[in-house]
Design a protein around this ligand. Sequence first.
Ligand SMILES: NC(=O)c1ccc[n+]([C@@H]2O[C@H](COP(=O)([O-])OP(=O)(O)OC[C@H]3O[C@@H](n4cnc5c(N)ncnc54)[C@H](OP(=O)(O)O)[C@@H]3O)[C@@H](O)[C@H]2O)c1
Length: 254
Amino acid sequence: MTADFGSELDGQVAIVTGASSGIGSATAASLASRGASVVLAARRESELEDVAARIEDTDGEALVVPTDVTEDDDIDALVEAALDEYGRIDVLVNNAGLMPLAHIGEADRETLQTTIDVNLRGLITLTHAVVPTMLEQESGHIVNLSSVVGRFLQANSSHYNAAKAGVKMFGDSLRLDVAEEGIHVATIEPGAVDTELLDHIPDDEVRENVKEYVGTMDALAPEDIARTIAFVVTQPERVDINEVLIRPLDQVQP
Ligand SMILES: NC(=O)c1ccc[n+]([C@@H]2O[C@H](COP(=O)([O-])OP(=O)(O)OC[C@H]3O[C@@H](n4cnc5c(N)ncnc54)[C@H](OP(=O)(O)O)[C@@H]3O)[C@@H](O)[C@H]2O)c1
């Protein structure tokens, strides 16, 4: 079977972090269906293998590289594996994330630090590892997953909001440094998307409250964000989509 959407990304190579589930898995499939070779990164290898198998079933090209974005060695190994296999990196989707919401008075220190480490520090470290290749190529797309809560307030979420606001500011500042070199930087700010993200909220009460709130909406599907990311990275070279805030129609706040 040929690519569903033509071949806008033929010959391009995309690294997608957090590709083992949700938005990352849908984005990898979407980019592969447009012709990109996708490098799938996350911690759970068997889930990554399943995603790769689905991509290969539709004649797509995928490489699995088990990666913990909080480990510098894993980040270096991921970039090296992509370059060894394909020789270039055209798209980096910094999507790996977790949202262990908690009141600051109830959260343990490890939860706060992991939130920053995965959502922000890992994203910055991987970007730092990929940018030299893009500078050499004089082209590239860096797509960072922030959130509506990178812009708007949310209770029991000060650490997560801080991480996601940091993602937005990192991307906007990075653009100043790299746009002239042909590198595009976009921040995606989704509202509620139906994924396993909420299942990993450790506090039972907070998790059930958030699930109840999200249950009042017709939440976005991961494919809605994947389609948006594909749109961002398939524009004419002169076009630079800086930021996309995308929510379910019935989510007017946050
Ligand atoms: N769902 C929403 O409503 C929503 C809204 C706004 C923003 N977002 C953002 O969208 C992104 C994707 O989330 P999602 O909704 O698709 O949730 P998800 O299905 O839980 O996906 C999160 C992904 O991140 C990976 N991950 C977590 N820790 C990691 C680590 N240390 N190293 C590497 N990968 C790691 C997970 O894979 P492993 O466990 O296999 O490592 C998983 O593939 C996140 O950045 C999230 O903050 C989501």
